[in-house]
Design a binder for this molecule. Structure first.
Ligand SMILES: [Zn+2]
Length: 171
């Protein structure tokens, strides 16, 4: 299935219908770097808004909050080996989220379980990116930007902790 509509519960608790499409390019990059094949979909997440470069507003249960990384810009089905990404982001932000979700799938833990798991996941993602620097350079991908995005994310996890409960119902 390369495209579908799904009902998704956002971090603000509201239901959204989101149109997802496969992102094969990101799937191939993740595979080349890890030799693990996962499925990557992207769609517009209405709870993430870009304010300016590296400034994002995210709608959480207690309202809109500003971050300098698109937190809640991705979620994962670790059982279906599938990552879901917010579409409207620079490639480096998408890859930061995608590598983070890949580690959740590899380690078989859900997104947003607790702060310690998130920290370990982000560190493992950074290590995997560093290991593949040469390959990513050859694809003209700015690894420094991806790593900066992941490091920033770590500092915000405490503000948004709590389990991510996004339920996908294919429609
Ligand atoms: Zn996570």
């Amino acid at each position: 299935m390369n495209k579908f509509n799904a009902d998704v519960t956002g971090p603000d608790g509201k239901q959204y219908e989101i149109f997802f499409t496969r992102n094969i390019e990101i799937e191939e990059i993740l595979y080349d770097c890890s030799k693990i094949r996962i499925i990557v979909y992207e769609g517009k997440f209405p709870w993430v808004k870009t304010v300016s470069v590296n400034k994002y507003k995210v709608h959480l249960k207690d309202g809109w909050q500003q971050f300098n990384t698109p937190v809640r810009g991705g979620f994962v089905s670790e059982t279906e080996k599938t990552a879901y990404l917010h579409k409207n982001l620079p490639i480096e932000e998408k890859l930061a989220i995608a590598f983070h979700e890949l580690i959740h799938i590899l380690e078989q833990h859900p997104e947003g379980l607790n702060i310690e798991t998130e920290r370990i996941t982000t560190e493992a993602a950074i290590a995997l990116i560093a290991k593949n620097q040469e390959y990513l350079d050859s694809k003209n991908i700015n690894t420094a930007k991806i790593i900066t995005s992941l490091q920033r994310r770590g500092t915000f996890v405490s503000k948004i902790s709590g389990e991510m409960t996004l339920n996908i119902n294919h429609t």
